[in-house]
Design a protein around this ligand. Structure first.
Ligand SMILES: *Cc1c(COP(=O)(O)O)cnc(C)c1O
Length: 410
């Protein structure tokens, strides 16, 4: 017996007549409307519900930012612009998309190592906040500001002196290409004041895809403590303390939804002290994946059902070139299946165990390995859930020169 662990039921999308519903219509109808597979579909209501969930559980005074590298589709980013308090960008391309939305420039921040002169200069002209990642960058910012005759708005990105435990991807603690080591920040602050930069505050981001409430709570405690210690080195109150995010979502069998209420309670416990020591400071949480991943699906069509020595392969028109993460090649150590269903045959009909593959000439092009799903026919629609973040733009679309998928916000 080949007993495979089953995914937690994903109930964010309803099912009518055995067909998945998204954006108020059936998947089949949406596929007809788009007239092309594969596609990514993002549900605007699910995105809004996600923001509402956080607003409900996090203390009111916490500001919420969208880290748009998770999903930079312009319509999605504009949608977020109406829902959250700020947008975090990490390149000039992302900055353009963010500035095209209705979000005010002072609520847009730019992080990332190795920012180029053109990027810094555009950002300063735009009036967005630059999260400085090194002394070299700070000196460059000053020179560009002088040349443009504009006082740059800056924050210091801090590489904390602790690690985010149980994080899928660590981006803080130890040696890092990100941010300024915490112990070197005081010296940088002195210089920053001398240079006359418009100082916003600190940005402390320590990791991504964390599903352990206790480690997120611990990180919040440590981050706020570090932020308060550093803020005491500045002569005037800091405007903003960005404590990062890293909230995870369940992808694989055995994983569960993050308990946002418990995270909110913990923040409520710490905030009185923060209010006392930093009465004028906005506390910001920035999230990408948690806000958008579960609102998106990737849909491809079955081109062929192939039997090889007893194993069924569904060959589809989608694959790792559009969805690297679902193939298991985007940061995963051991390949596990994303949740996959036949979107037009969700629950009913005969079941069988199949592997879903794409058209690429590589065995890595695997969307589901020996998963149980409805028995399909050519033309049926295979759906990969949890695909709203780090999907299309985190994939090698040029590999094998196949056409690009369509993206829709419904
Ligand atoms: C990637 C990134 C994020 C978003 O991380 P998620 O895990 O998608 O929430 C937030 N802040 C910074 C600085 C990042 O680089």
């Amino acid at each position: 017996m080949n007993l495979r662990p089953v995914h937690a039921p994903l109930t964010q999308f309803s099912v009518h007549d055995d067909c998945l519903q998204i954006g108020g219509m059936s998947l089949t109808r949406l596929a007809q409307r788009i007239g092309h597979t594969p596609f990514y579909a993002y549900d605007r209501e699910k995105i809004a519900e996600r923001v509402a969930l956080l607003r409900q559980h996090l203390p009111d005074e916490i500001h919420l930012h969208y880290a748009m590298k998770a999903n930079p589709m312009p319509a999605v980013v504009q949608h977020f612009a109406t829902l959250v308090d700020g947008i975090d960008v990490a390149s000039m391309g992302e900055m353009k998309v963010a500035l095209d939305t209705t979000m005010a420039p002072e609520n847009i921040s730019f992080a990332g190592p190795g920012k180029r002169i053109e990027e810094l200069s555009s950002a300063i002209a735009a009036g967005i906040v630059l999260n400085m990642e090194s002394e070299q960058e700070m000196e460059q910012i000053v020179r560009i500001g002088e040349k443009l005759g504009i006082c740059p708005k800056v924050a210091v990105r801090v590489n904390p002196d602790f690690e985010l435990k149980s994080s899928g991807m660590k981006m803080g603690g130890g040696s890092q290409q990100f941010g300024m080591d915490a112990e070197r920040v005081p010296a940088m602050l002195e210089r920053l004041i001398v240079l006359g930069l418009d100082f916003e505050g600190f940005h402390i981001f320590s990791g991504s895809q964390n599903l352990k409430v206790a480690s997120i709570q611990e990180a919040h405690e440590n981050t706020l403590q570090l932020g308060m210690r550093l803020a005491e080195k500045v002569s005037r109150p800091i405007r903003q303390l960005n404590i990062g995010g890293g909230f995870g979502i369940p992808y694989f069998p055995g994983e569960c939804d993050l308990d946002v209420a418990a995270i909110g309670q913990n923040l409520r416990r710490i905030l009185p002290e923060v209010r006392q020591r930093l009465p004028e400071t906005q506390i910001v949480i920035e999230l990408g994946r948690f806000l958008v991943a579960e609102a998106g699906i990737y849909v491809c069509k079955v081109l062929e059902r192939k039997l090889s020595r007893g194993q069924v392969f569904l060959i589809t028109d989608g694959g790792l070139h559009h969805h690297l993460a679902a193939s298991g090649n985007f940061g995963q150590v051991i390949r596990k299946n994303y949740p996959v269903v036949v979107g037009n045959k969700v629950y009913k009909g005969k079941r069988e165990t199949v592997s879903v593959v794409g058209p690429l000439c590589t065995p890595l092009d695997l969307l589901a390995d020996k998963m149980e799903m409805a028995k399909v026919e050519v033309g049926d629609l295979v759906v990969v859930f949890q695909s709203g973040a780090y999907g299309l733009t985190a994939s090698p679309t040029a590999f094998l020169s196949h056409p690009l998928p369509v993206e829709v916000l419904v």
